[in-house]
Design a protein around this ligand. Structure first.
Ligand code: AP5
Ligand code: MG
Length: 214
């Protein structure tokens, strides 16, 4: 099963993608996580991506498309995969479609997690992320077992650099201008499924599994 997670920054793409990955046994591929890992390891790609990410802008398509096309060609993606945060522009969606077409394949579902902007602004201030393993929490909605520490690896949790309020606002503007048109793109392809992302995490997941099937 090949799934795209669509939705604004903070809609819950990463949270749900992790649950889908565990239930269906397919890899979770987050371009944001890949860029953050590269920034942490101070790679050339990380240095380039950081300039855009810190401002809340998109990393250029030429740095992003090849990365994903290579990743989905790996062995662990044979049974399917979940794309979280990609595609984010029409050219990225076209590059993905073309790469799959060459293998005689196509995406199965694009799940749009629908959350209004005012909800998102509230959520992002409470998000805490693990800089070591990438797990995410929310200080009120999804707290870690021990305050300030990651449940998975015990590292101290941080506020992501791009979760400062002004940057969140910019990311929402970028989403509406560049990524939201993908909702129509996948509607035309006949694979768009919308779920209400304002519900509790478990209810959102139940809505998604009812779309994907058991
Ligand atoms: P990326 O890392 O993809 O960030 P994003 O899309 O802005 O999305 P987030 O990760 O912020 O939100 P999410 O939807 O995953 O929500 P989460 O599950 O954490 O990208 C970062 C940057 O990298 C971009 O700005 C760009 O610069 C660059 N980039 C990445 N991909 C790119 C691409 N393809 N092209 C170009 N540039 C790219 O949930 C949010 C919070 O809410 C958490 O605290 C969570 O615990 C909580 N929460 C989740 N679900 C619920 C719920 N149901 N109820 C209550 N709280 C909830
Ligand atoms: Mg995410």
């Amino acid at each position: 099963m090949k799934i795209i997670m669509l939705g604004a920054p903070g809609a819950g793409k990463g949270t749900q993608a992790k649950l889908i990955s565990e239930k269906y046994g397919i890899p979770h591929i987050s371009t944001g996580d890949i860029f953050r890992a590269n920034i942490k390891n101070d790679t050339e790609l990380g240095k380039k991506a950081k300039v855009y990410m810190d401002k809340g802008e998109l990393v250029p398509d030429e740095l992003t498309c090849e990365l994903v096309v290579d990743r989905i060609a790996q062995d662990d993606c044979k049974k399917g995969f979940i794309l979280d945060g990609f595609p984010r522009t029409i050219p990225q969606a076209d590059a993905l479609k073309e790469a799959l077409q060459q293998r005689g394949e196509a995406m199965d579902f694009a799940i749009d997690i629908d959350v209004p902007d005012d909800f998102i602004i509230n959520r992002m201030g409470g998000r805490r992320a693990c800089p070591n393993c990438g797990a995410t929490y929310h200080i009120v909605n999804i707290p870690p077992k021990k305050e300030g520490l990651c449940d998975v690896c015990g590292s101290p949790l941080v506020l992501r650099d791009d979760d400062q309020p002004e940057t969140v606002k910019k990311r929402l503007d970028v989403y509406h201008a560049q990524t939201e048109p993908l909702i129509d793109y996948y509607k035309k392809e006949g694979i768009l499924r919308k779920v209400d992302g304002t519900q509790e995490m478990e209810q959102v997941f139940a809505a998604i599994t009812s779309v994907l099937g058991e």
